[in-house]
Design a binder for this molecule. Structure first.
Ligand code: KG4
Ligand code: ZN
Length: 341
């Protein structure tokens, strides 16, 4: 008998993108619609949670309709609805969760709750059909910095995490301090290309009792102190040099910890994930280190690095295969832990 294709309608609304996608058999993205709120949050220098929730409500139906239209499919063709239920902004998550529950209740299509970080890791499966666990993944986004041992589909061990700011958060805060605005990551990435990464020796924080843990708040303070002292001395700030030196300090630590974890576990596969994974300096540094160590590097295209629903559909597929369905009591969990259900 011919195997039936499994189609998942995925919904993502954990932060400032309202997104929906249709994914076939866990690896093929049929449609991927993302409505970004960046323009409105830029006015405030960062994501304003209440505005994010309101915008999700305005856009979610339209985004889902568009995802189905672009896939040339109907709701009735869907085998399951996968939705991000944490971690993230509670009001933002609730919009997606309530929407998915309402569709599931009205149509009888099974519901699946997906962990947002798991989604980021699963983004790597979309363009790399050969990638299968076990491997190590570094998830670097605006809210998270996790070094994860992906033992099997849906089975994770966290090897290291940030003790304070997430990597993307550090990019965003430093960008604001040097007058680049929000979102800072892509802006620092661009400006840093004109700067000298060796110009300023910013600290590479080591965390005591946590070989693979990260800390970025000290680096952020070091940048702010540097900016203040230069200003006091009446010297002009070289923005590209500050951006390049800060970026190098972040990418050095991310690369070193990842390579140490890969070598310690004799892993041969490494997958980058999350918004910061589209940073060109991080990609270059990881590429060079992985080539040196004989490790195969995977990295999603930028559109699958930042928040999207396709990655949620991929993660949802592997839960579907395991029969991990949610019922209508599914709720938003803002601080949901990876591996928790
Ligand atoms: O994964 P994502 O879209 O949202 C979260 O789950 O947090 O990541 C957004 C973060 C922001 O902090 C943004 O500044 C950062 O990813 N980012 C970058 C780049 N593109 C996005 N950081 C550094 N370089 C980039 N090219
Ligand atoms: Zn994210």
């Amino acid at each position: 008998m011919e195997n039936k294709d499994i189609h998942i309608l995925a919904i993502e609304s954990s932060c400032d993108e309202t997104a929906a996608a249709v994914v076939r058999n866990g690896r093929k993205v049929i449609s991927n619609v993302i409505s970004s709120q960046i323009d409105i949050h830029t006015l405030y220098g960062g994501v304003v949670p209440e505005i994010a929730s309101r915008k999700h409500i305005e856009r979610i139906n339209q985004v889902i309709t568009q995802a189905l239209t672009e896939a040339d499919m109907k709701l009735a063709d869907m085998d399951a609805i996968a939705v991000t239920y944490g971690p993230g902004l509670v009001g933002a998550l609730l919009v997606g969760v309530a929407e998915a529950k309402a569709i599931s209740f009205a149509t009888g299509i099974p519901l699946i709750g997906v962990h947002h970080i798991e989604g980021h890791i699963c983004a790597n499966y979309i363009e790399n059909k050969d990638l299968e666990p076990p491997f190590i993944s570094l998830v670097v986004s605006g809210g998270h910095t996790h070094l994860v041992n992906v033992m099997d589909y849906g089975v994770y061990e966290i090897l290291g995490r940030t003790r304070d700011d997430a990597a993307g958060e550090a990019f965003d805060k430093v960008a604001r301090a040097i007058g680049l605005g929000y979102p800072g990551g892509p802006k620092i990435d661009k400006v840093a290309k004109e700067g000298n990464p060796e110009a300023i020796d910013f600290p590479r924080a080591k965390v005591r009792d946590g070989e693979y843990d990260f800390s970025f708040s000290g680096l952020k303070s070091a940048v702010l102190n540097y900016l203040n002292s230069e200003k006091m001395a009446g010297r002009e700030i070289n923005v590209p040099d500050v951006a390049a030196s800060f970026q190098k300090a972040v990418t050095d630590v991310l690369t070193e910890h990842s390579i140490n974890a890969l070598k310690a576990g004799s892993y041969k596969k490494f997958a980058l994930a999350g918004g910061v994974a589209s940073n060109s300096a991080l990609r270059a540094s990881m590429k060079e280190a992985c080539e040196r160590e004989g490790i195969k590097l995977y990295c999603p295209s930028p559109v699958f690095c930042t928040d999207n629903a396709a990655m949620i559909g991929v993660a949802g597929y592997y839960e579907y295969i395991k029969g991990n369905f949610a019922d209508l009591s599914l709720n938003a969990i803002p601080n949901l832990k990876l591996g928790q259900r």
